[in-house]
Ligand binder design. Structure first.
Ligand code: AHM
Ligand code: MG
Length: 341
């Protein structure tokens, strides 16, 4: 793994544009549309990063006074992030349709613009309840090929199982801005160099380490959890004797919790509980894209009974329990649930 100094002082400097283009060369049939779409998302990330890091200065902190489809108050930055992504992608001719965690329905491409062959789903600002406290937030994105033929895309284009993902990734707006993505050929991470405005390859070929260090769950909700999840948590903590327990780390921003466990090894879980029987996290905007990244990095994601990527979505804003990280840790959760619940 390179540190930020090494990025610019040793070896070739690989910009995200170069990395995406080189990935495209491996597919002679590629038309370059996906490459351009990924680059559009990187650009949106730069714009959102510039706003999140200036949030307090430009007084955009606080509530926007709107309630989104999940019944949550939107923060101003949620709106800015959502509009940034939508407006940078609605006219390019690369997309058939979009869907955002912040919109109740699919986002149609205006009749004034051409439509394309891809579908973009996104959570514009994940972890936004953390914004007021200067804790990292992020953007999560998922790209599918359209299923409908011609004209504007339709709801069904947005209801594809994660197994059909063409590419997915996330941005973290934290102590630095990072973009992590996979187009199905491994996972790479890029750090934004703010002085030149470019994402530079800082984490080539990310693989989740075999020996995990962390588990991440909101243990404040433990009393709501099933017997299986409570027993699993005790197992994670090393209760079964001899085995060293994992350390607990929980930020409350899924991208940040996932990213840490991706680099250090570990498991994040947000199970169903007796207050949220379907789980809290969204299948299409959060679980699927991160499950794709996890599998590409050698990990695994489950809803507790089966792979997240195999679940057929039925609704745009469907929620799901999520267990994600090292494969053996996630499979152990499935086993505890199977035997106890
Ligand atoms: P959101 O901010 O896009 O609504 O995402 C939901 C967030 C996740 O980032 C995080 O993992 C989870 O909600 C935290 O929930 P809780 O506060 O219940 O632990
Ligand atoms: Mg979210």
């Amino acid at each position: 793994m390179l540190n930020s100094a090494q990025v610019v002082t040793s070896g070739p400097i690989i910009t995200i544009e170069r990395h995406i283009l080189e990935g495209q060369l491996a597919h002679p049939e590629a038309t370059g549309v996906l490459t351009s779409l990924l680059y559009d998302i990187a650009l949106a990330g730069k714009v959102i990063a510039s706003q999140t890091t200036r949030a307090g200065l430009v007084q955009v902190l606080g509530k926007a006074g709107e309630v989104n489809v999940q019944g949550e108050e939107q923060m101003k930055l949620d709106v800015i992030a959502d509009q940034t992504i939508t407006r940078l992608n609605d006219h390019t001719g690369r997309l058939a349709v979009m869907a955002s965690e912040e919109h109740p329905d699919i986002i149609n491409i205006s009749a004034n613009y051409p439509t394309g062959k891809y579908v973009l789903l996104f959570d514009p600002l994940d972890g936004s309840s953390n914004i007021d406290y200067t804790i990292p937030v992020g953007t999560i994105f998922a790209i599918y090929q359209r299923q409908s033929t011609g004209g504007p895309g339709v709801l069904e284009d947005c209801l594809q199982p994660g197994r059909k993902l063409v590419a997915a990734g996330y941005l973290i707006y934290g102590s630095s801005t990072l973009l992590v993505y996979s187009a199905g050929n491994g996972v790479a991470g890029f750090t934004l160099d703010p002085s030149v405005g470019e994402f530079l390859l800082s984490h080539p070929n990310i693989r989740i380490p075999e020996n995990p260090r962390y588990y991440s769950a909101n243990q404040g909700y433990q009393l709501r959890w099933s017997k299986g999840i409570q027993a699993y948590t005790r197992w994670i903590q090393g209760e079964d004797g001899g085995r060293k327990g994992l350390s607990l780390r929980y930020v409350g921003s899924l991208v940040a919790d996932f990213h840490r466990n991706l680099l250090a090894g570990g498991v994040f879980y947000y199970p169903a509980d007796n207050k949220n029987p379907q789980g809290k996290l969204r299948l299409q905007y959060e679980a699927n894209p991160l499950a794709f990244i996890a599998e590409q990095a050698g990990g695994y994601a489950s809803n507790g009974t089966r792979p997240i990527l195999d679940v057929q979505p039925e609704r745009l804003h469907q929620r799901t329990p999520l267990f994600i990280g090292n494969r053996f840790l996630v499979e152990k959760a499935e086993e505890f649930i199977r035997l106890n619940d």
